[in-house]
Design a protein around this ligand. Structure first.
Ligand SMILES: [Zn+2]
Length: 109
């Protein structure tokens, strides 16, 4: 491994498709930074309340609107809301029903 030519601006060219450069690297044996604790999954708000059926009139419009839907009427992804797959599907259906009766806007621009 000899010294290469001088025109090598960066060791990594900045290619976007690679798992390298993933977050902050931790020192071996050192204490883990506490702020990086991402293991705990947020509980689904519907499972917590044992909701079996999501009523689009009540749930979407009144209670959970700011949690599940953006201001523009877009459904928030599960990773944002923490909703489980089962309930997220119900949410999607409920939002679409709510749009039909103009409780929620379609994606506005
Ligand atoms: Zn759930």
């Amino acid at each position: 491994m000899t010294a290469g030519p001088e025109n090598s601006p960066a060791p990594h060219g900045g290619g976007g498709n690679g798992p390298s450069g993933y977050g902050a690297r931790r020192a071996p044996g050192g204490p883990r930074p506490k702020k990086y604790t991402r293991t705990r999954r947020k509980a689904c708000i519907f499972c917590v309340e044992k909701v079996k059926q999501i009523d689009y009139k009540q749930a979407i419009v009144q209670r959970y609107r700011n949690k599940l839907v953006t201001d523009r009427g877009k459904i928030l992804p599960r990773r944002t809301t923490g909703t489980c797959a089962k309930h997220q599907r119900m949410v999607a259906e409920a939002v679409k029903q709510a749009r039909q009766i103009a409780l929620l806007p379609f994606v506005a621009d």
